[in-house]
Design a protein around this ligand. Structure first.
Ligand SMILES: Nc1ncnc2c1ncn2[C@@H]1O[C@H](COP(=O)(O)OP(=O)(O)O)[C@@H](O)[C@H]1O
Ligand SMILES: [Mg+2]
Length: 229
């Protein structure tokens, strides 16, 4: 048992039913993320990045294999238990942001932290909005924002809840190089300051090169690994 490991997968398989045949989206994935580690997952579109993040985060149930979080088998928890566990431990930045359209930017930013911690200091929400350059958007509705701004709201929402694991699905996808690098730096600060672990899917090698370790995924398999530091 390695207590430095926050989450690991063992022989994780996810099959999707497509018509009458199965598509193997994840094929025996074994990986481990250390506490306080910033890992990127690099692969082309369709390689299985989103499926892997969703399986690790318990949003989909694997066909076989296991996800072990803090030495607890997460995939075999009952639904209700798993929901509570996820809320308290895992943050998501979704590829399509998943902001709540009827809530303001400020309410969106506070939403996950309110669910997991019950209470949020407005000053903390403002601070993180400032770090992300969206402090002047707090009273606006998500539909009034650009894609890049919505993406930063989704990142602020996930970070404010201070999860032990942040799963970020192409969090820099709508951002240019300068804004993308700023986001990576912000995630890096969160990793250092709060010992958060981050697993970030990306197809951008430049951003991946700024993380501690790169896992390359192809056709649902981890095919290579590169340690940066
Ligand atoms: N809900 C689903 N039903 C059927 N096939 C899916 C589903 N989600 C993903 N897939 C397929 O699984 C493979 C991996 O997809 P995905 O994890 O979204 O890749 P990526 O995020 O790297 O682009 C693709 O072939 C995709 O078409
Ligand atoms: Mg994806």
């Amino acid at each position: 048992m390695d207590n430095n490991i926050l989450v690991e997968t063992r022989s994780l398989i996810v099959d999707f039913l497509c018509g009458t045949s199965f598509l193997r989206a994840l094929d025996h994935v074994d990986l481990a993320v250390q506490r306080g580690e910033f890992v990127s997952l690099v692969g082309v579109s369709g390689s299985g990045k989103t499926t892997l993040l969703n399986a690790i985060g318990g949003l989909i149930t694997p066909t076989s294999g296991s996800v072990i979080f803090n030495n607890i088998r997460f995939d075999s928890m009952r639904d209700e238990e798993r929901t509570i566990f996820r809320r308290e431990n895992i943050g998501f930045v979704f590829q399509n942001y998943n902001l709540i359209p009827s809530l303001s930017v400020f309410q969106n930013i506070c939403f996950s932290a309110q669910l997991s911690k019950g209470n949020v200091a407005a000053s903390e929400a403002q601070k993180i909005a400032k770090q992300l350059g969206i402090e002047d958007k707090l009273t606006e509705m998500p539909s009034e924002l650009s894609g890049g701004q919505q993406q930063r709201v989704a990142i602020a929402r996930a970070m404010l809840a201070k999860p032990s694991l942040l799963l970020a699905d192409e969090p820099t996808g709508s951002l240019d190089s300068i804004n993308g690098r700023a986001i990576i730096q912000l995630l890096r600060n969160a990793v250092v300051q709060s010992k958060m672990s981050v697993l970030m899917a990306t197809h951008n090698e430049e951003f991946a090169s700024l993380t501690d370790r790169i896992l390359y995924i192809e056709d649902g398999k981890i095919v290579a690994e590169e340690r940066r530091i």
